[in-house]
Design a binder for this molecule. Sequence first.
Ligand SMILES: *[C@@H]1O[C@H](CO)[C@@H](O)[C@H](O)[C@H]1NC(C)=O
Ligand SMILES: *[C@@H]1O[C@H](CO)[C@@H](O)[C@H](O)[C@H]1NC(C)=O
Ligand SMILES: *[C@@H]1O[C@H](CO)[C@@H](O)[C@H](O)[C@H]1NC(C)=O
Ligand SMILES: *[C@@H]1O[C@H](CO)[C@@H](O)[C@H](O)[C@H]1NC(C)=O
Ligand SMILES: *[C@@H]1O[C@H](CO)[C@@H](O)[C@H](O)[C@H]1NC(C)=O
Ligand SMILES: *[C@@H]1O[C@H](CO)[C@@H](O)[C@H](O)[C@H]1NC(C)=O
Ligand SMILES: *[C@@H]1O[C@H](CO)[C@@H](O)[C@H](O)[C@H]1NC(C)=O
Ligand SMILES: *[C@@H]1O[C@H](CO)[C@@H](O)[C@H](O)[C@H]1NC(C)=O
Ligand SMILES: *[C@@H]1O[C@H](CO)[C@@H](O)[C@H](O)[C@H]1NC(C)=O
Ligand SMILES: CC(=O)N[C@H]1CO[C@H](CO)[C@@H](O)[C@@H]1O
Length: 425
Amino acid sequence: MKRQIGRIIAVIFQRGKRRSRLTKLIGIIIVLQVLQFFWTVLHVNKNDLKIPTLKKNVAGYINVGKVFDRNVTLEQPYRIKFDLKDKRVLRDLKYGTCAEVPSLNTTNLSFLPHTSSLSDWTFTRTQKCPEFSTKKIRQHQKTFTLSNCVNATNSSSIYSVNFGDPCLLAYIESCCRDNLPVPNIVHYVWFGTKKLGYFNFLSLMSSIRFQRPCLILIHGPTLPHGEYWDFIYKFYPNILHVYRESPTVVFNNTLRFKEHASDVMRIEALINYGGIYLDFDEVILRPLDTLRQYNHTQGHELSFTMGSQLVMSRKNATFLQLWYQSYRDNYRKIWAYNALWVPNGLAKKYPKLIHVEGYNFTRPSWKNAKDIFDNNYDWSTNYGMHMYARWYKRPIDVKIIRTLNTTVGSVSRHILFGNKELCLS
Ligand SMILES: *[C@@H]1O[C@H](CO)[C@@H](O)[C@H](O)[C@H]1NC(C)=O
Ligand SMILES: *[C@@H]1O[C@H](CO)[C@@H](O)[C@H](O)[C@H]1NC(C)=O
Ligand SMILES: *[C@@H]1O[C@H](CO)[C@@H](O)[C@H](O)[C@H]1NC(C)=O
Ligand SMILES: *[C@@H]1O[C@H](CO)[C@@H](O)[C@H](O)[C@H]1NC(C)=O
Ligand SMILES: *[C@@H]1O[C@H](CO)[C@@H](O)[C@H](O)[C@H]1NC(C)=O
Ligand SMILES: *[C@@H]1O[C@H](CO)[C@@H](O)[C@H](O)[C@H]1NC(C)=O
Ligand SMILES: *[C@@H]1O[C@H](CO)[C@@H](O)[C@H](O)[C@H]1NC(C)=O
Ligand SMILES: *[C@@H]1O[C@H](CO)[C@@H](O)[C@H](O)[C@H]1NC(C)=O
Ligand SMILES: *[C@@H]1O[C@H](CO)[C@@H](O)[C@H](O)[C@H]1NC(C)=O
Ligand SMILES: CC(=O)N[C@H]1CO[C@H](CO)[C@@H](O)[C@@H]1O
């Protein structure tokens, strides 16, 4: 073997008499391969500072969209991974790699551009809806990696990271930023041991259809489970669990209601990361991107309350800080005070710090929940709707909504099938 290599080298560099055209050709190919190897290494790393070690043994090859290192302090030396077969160079970075927003397969679930008519609300037409079952799902590959996060665990379903871990912030800053103040990430808060319910599933599907978020973050001590959850994380892999116990004390004030913990968690989530917060029974009905230009956006539920079912914020927006401080300076053990009345008062006092999107986030209000449950409501100007899931006691699933002639039905079909009209039975 050694002798042969020696001969090849000799063939290339010396004017030996016994060389043949074939061996010369092989020699040239080898030289080109070596040059290509170094070119690839140098080319990929042309912006990097140092390349301390070069390891030829490849642990694995990850097909990544973008490696994230922007604004991240690299405490560990770079390590070069080189896959000789694929001739690609990868860097092992401190925190991992960014996800690509997955392209969703539309075969079983018509995940196509929505085609609902916003002028015809008679519900006299019918359409052919796609066959859809939460059981028929092929798991999408996770396209991102997280490494060296504090306590990050990678279960068979999704990653779990600690609230406040710089790893998560680095991910969002590096992977989820565009030129708008509000990053395209969606936050939910989840407590307890329940299964993911139908309306929770619908809310997630609405975020996925209309927002295609860079990340969906589920904040709380536990994760949901059940059939709908199994579908969701397989369908949309860009989901992270942000582990935290639910707070019982804020600024030395003991929280009076368990709902107040979720109110505080949503404010803290937006202060730390920015993004779009959704209640687990709030659905969105169109993309929110036009509202991502504002530092802070909320909508009224009633004329004297500011709904917090859908809140969009720049990270640490001034409005958020003022709202959060009310839990320190003016915490009242009244159910709706700090969550709904305080932001309404702040909006009046500091109108420049907030964009108020009318009633477009939660109409109809809880007072008219029957318009959601029993009637067909015209939601043509709504961005979102609060479904008041805990008051809905009737059977509901992805089959029932096909022919359910109410707002619950039309909203479900719009989100799941892209068209609000009744399905052919
Ligand atoms: C979606 O999945 C089906 C099989 O389930 C496959 O035939 C089809 O090519 C896929 N479409 C896309 C766009 O990936
Ligand atoms: C679509 O459904 C078929 C069976 O009806 C199943 O074989 C296929 O894997 C499903 N495709 C996706 C992308 O879930
Ligand atoms: C990591 O997890 C361990 C065990 O659950 C816990 O004791 C520790 O406080 C966690 N570390 C951080 C930084 O959260
Ligand atoms: C995370 O876990 C899944 C399933 O166990 C596995 O396929 C995947 O490679 C793991 N990812 C990383 C980065 O460890
Ligand atoms: C909480 O109370 C302790 C002592 O009672 C005090 O030292 C601390 O500053 C208080 N923290 C806040 C945020 O008010
Ligand atoms: C938010 O901004 C305030 C000052 O405006 C600063 O004190 C605080 O540390 C910031 N918080 C975060 C999480 O960035
Ligand atoms: C939005 O927030 C940024 C950063 O705090 C600030 O510079 C900017 O003036 C704010 N814009 C408005 C319209 O308040
Ligand atoms: C509600 O949304 C509609 C449709 O986008 C828009 O025309 C209207 O101005 C919005 N209302 C308010 C009060 O923002
Ligand atoms: C659905 O309900 C509306 C009233 O909301 C009614 O006018 C319409 O005829 C119903 N459609 C069907 C197919 O029953
Ligand atoms: C805080 C910080 O270092 N910000 C930098 C992040 O990276 C961009 C360019 O990638 C710089 O412009 C920022 O100054």
